[in-house]
Design a protein around this ligand. Structure first.
Ligand code: UD1
Ligand code: CA
Length: 466
């Protein structure tokens, strides 16, 4: 059976987070906790994914929709937290008419790997019963549901609070992650009663019900993988594991990380081989870095593309920027959305670009703002050049042709064009278009008064004496 749907429990309040924000929205490595299990379900090809929301339902729904705008999500609301079985049951309506397998995941368990879920589905198929589950063996199983087996076969789960002393000694625990046949699931959920130590509807009762109808499949997963998040200490600990997992994958694929402990590479980032990443670098989602690049210390790249052989010097910040091959950027450059750089472009310290298209081999090496600009190839933009792109109401375009030389401390008052091969003298305020091959200068002529200092000093001395 290949069809799959998923229910992801995201209703919890997360009291121990001590936060105004719903627990599942707290970020780990740049994305909310619940983004990870949701992503896993989508990767496995789930045709419907039902996030069960409750606490701050609207905020959670909005955030999740924003994260996965095109995904087949159907939200379900659990008004009151009456237990895990009740939470899953709230998804029934959203999956009405569906009769394949339902994967049940927790929104606060971010480290579960796709491979483990694939093994869970395979175990479900292989056992051929109504349900399969993930188990994990813990040093200290306090608080968890224990997996009770008879002759190796799973027969039921007993929650910690309902355990006999003998059952308490069992260290194999229920991870809370299951694959269940939909038809069985909804029927069984309707029969579950809150008759237990906590007076809750226990999803774990399903296991005993399934065991009576056939074999229960199980896969064992590592405890780090199935660990949830209850407070901010655990949040940071899970983030550390995720970071290490991602960083090691990049290193094995040929990327050098100078300090893997401080390189923050989010899920879904691509980095080519022989690229070197410095300490304290962040590569956020949607970033693609080519091969043979260097990303210097402290740089932060969001949804940006960097082509092969480019050097990003330390402390540069790129946001939705496209950087071509063999560029040299930074230190301290800021490339904002809409920046598109061709090959061999150099942007130096304190250069800011926004919606700027810059042609091959052009340079702006110092203290410059290029916003709403189209710059040809082979241009040299001098220190302190500024595009005055905003008139207080609208933004206007600055266009430089090929081979243009802009002297230092120039203001380009947009809309304005400087034609191919033209020169603009230092200190010029360009307000009118400059035709190709011209020189534009706007300066008040220099006045030089020789001997002026001595004369002034003599005057001051005379005033003091008198
Ligand atoms: C549950 C399992 C336990 C397992 C453990 C693993 C049950 C009865 N017990 O216990 O066997 O070892 O997980 O972590 O299922 N939730 C809702 N709505 C509710 C209740 C819970 O959305 O009404 C969500 C929580 O936000 C959380 C998840 O379901 O994400 C698990 O709930 P929790 O109360 O933590 O279950 P445990 O007591 O830990
Ligand atoms: Ca829990």
């Amino acid at each position: 059976m290949s069809v799959l749907a998923a229910v992801v429990l995201c209703a919890g309040k997360g009291t121990r987070m001590k936060s105004e924000k719903a627990k599942v929205l707290h970020p780990i490595l740049g994305r909310p906790l619940c983004a990870y299990p949701l992503k896993r379900a989508l990767e496995l090809g789930a045709t419907s994914v039902v996030p069960v929301v409750g606490h701050q339902a609207e905020a959670v729904e909005k955030a999740v929709r924003g994260l996965f705008p095109d995904a087949p999500l159907r939200f379900a609301l659990q008004r009151e937290q009456r237990g895990t079985a009740d939470a899953v049951r709230s998804a029934e309506e959203a999956l009405k008419g569906y009769s394949g397998r339902v994967l049940i995941l927790y929104g606060d368990v971010p480290l579960l790997r796709r491979e483990t879920l694939e093994a869970l589905l395979a175990a479900h198929d292989q056992a051929g019963g109504k349900l399969a589950m993930v188990t994990t063996t813990l040093e200290d199983p306090t608080g968890y549901g224990r997996v009770i087996r008879d002759g190796g076969k799973v027969t039921r789960i007993v929650e910690h609070k309902d355990c006999t002393p003998e059952q308490r000694a069992v260290r194999e625990c229920n991870a809370g992650i299951y694959s269940v046949d939909a038809d069985f699931l909804w029927k069984a959920l309707a029969e579950i009663k809150p008759q237990n130590a906590q007076g809750e509807y226990y999803l774990t009762d399903l296991v005993e019900m399934a065991a009576k109808r056939g074999p229960v499949g199980s896969v064992e997963a590592d405890a780090t993988e199935t660990a949830g998040v209850n407070d901010r200490v655990e949040l940071a600990a899970r983030a550390r594991v995720l970071q290490q997992r991602i960083n090691e994958a990049h290193m094995r694929a040929g990327v050098s990380l100078q300090d893997p402990a401080t390189a923050y590479i989010e899920e879904g980032v691509t980095v080519g081989p022989d690229t070197e990443i410095g300490p304290s670098v962040t590569l956020a989602a949607g970033t693609v870095v080519g091969k043979g690049c260097t990303i210097g210390q402290g740089s932060v790249l969001h949804a940006s593309t960097v082509a092969d052989g480019t050097l990003i010097k330390p402390y540069s910040v790129l946001e939705e920027a496209r950087v071509g091959e063999r560029n040299v950027i930074g230190p301290f450059s800021r490339l904002r959305p809409g920046t598109e750089l061709a090959e061999d472009v150099h942007l130096g310290n304190f250069v800011e670009t926004k919606k700027a298209r810059i042609g091959k081999g052009s340079k702006a090496n110092h203290l410059t703002y290029l916003g709403d600009a189209v710059i040809g190839s082979g241009c040299n933009v001098g220190a302190g050049t500024i595009t005055c792109n905003y008139d207080g109401v609208n933004k206007h375009l600055t266009e430089l042709g090929d081979g243009v030389f802009i002297g230092s401390d120039t203001q380009l008052v947009a809309p304005v064009k400087v034609g191919d091969g033209s020169y603009v003298g230092a200190g010029t305020t360009v307000t009118k278009n400059v035709p190709p091959g011209s020189l534009a200068v706007s300066r008040t002529p220099q006045v030089t008064k020789e001997g002026w200092v001595a004369t002034k000093k003599a005057r001051q001395a005379k005033a003091r004496a008198g």
